[in-house]
Design a protein. Structure first.
Length: 202
């Protein structure tokens, strides 16, 4: 019987602007695209990996994007106590080749989003919303992803753009500055109909 050799998984941690959140970067791809789980219930539907992380008493949120996972911890656990435990857990889970995310997750999420936009906006508003989404995807997302987070368009109503902050951005002290100074300024310049940008925690 041949011994199966595992590919060694290497990972390192990166700080994020959110002190409660740490980014674990791996040398292997976890999934195509991204997935954000705020509750164990949402994880149980789609991600065995996120569910396993939620089983740890100190994990409060899991955000997976391509080759990294951003973990938000419970407030009362210091990172020095859990950082290495999490690292070992993620490393062995991935090395064992266990399932990260179930088939069809991306398609299901996209369908929900597209349906919501289709039913909610018509005519000029629909065009505006598409333009806003494209700008966020092109200019804002890449920068936010560097910090282990994500931003999603939520709604547009009478000049106000609502966005959802995910991963490291959710609950991050500096996210409101980024939002107002960076994102709001850019959208107002590119889309004059935009008066302000507000954030909702996803």
């Amino acid at each position: 019987m041949e011994a199966i050799t595992k590919n060694p998984v290497m990972l390192y941690t990166e700080q994020t602007p959110n002190p409660e959140t740490l980014k674990y970067v791996l040398n292997v791809k976890l999934m195509d695209g991204l997935a954000d789980f705020r509750t164990k219930e949402s994880a149980e539907e789609w991600s065995p990996f996120a569910t396993a992380l939620f089983d740890l008493p100190y994990v409060k949120g899991v955000y997976i994007n391509n080759n990294y996972v951003t973990v938000t911890k419970e407030f009362n656990f210091p990172w020095e106590d859990i950082m290495l435990r999490l690292k070992d857990f993620i490393k062995s889970y991935v090395e064992d080749g266990k399932e990260i995310i179930k088939e069809g997750y991306q398609e299901a999420q996209k369908a929900i989003e597209e349906e919501a936009i289709k039913t909610e906006y018509t005519g000029e508003d629909a065009e505006l919303v598409n333009k806003i989404i494209q700008l966020i995807d092109k200019y804002v997302k890449p920068a936010v992803e560097m910090d282990g987070g994500n931003i999603e368009f939520k709604s547009f109503n009478q000049g106000t753009v609502s966005v959802v902050l995910q991963g490291a951005c959710s609950g991050c002290p500096s996210s409101s500055v980024t939002l107002k100074a960076g994102i709001e300024g850019m959208l107002k310049r590119m889309v004059p109909e935009v008066k302000e940008v507000v954030a909702e925690m996803g």
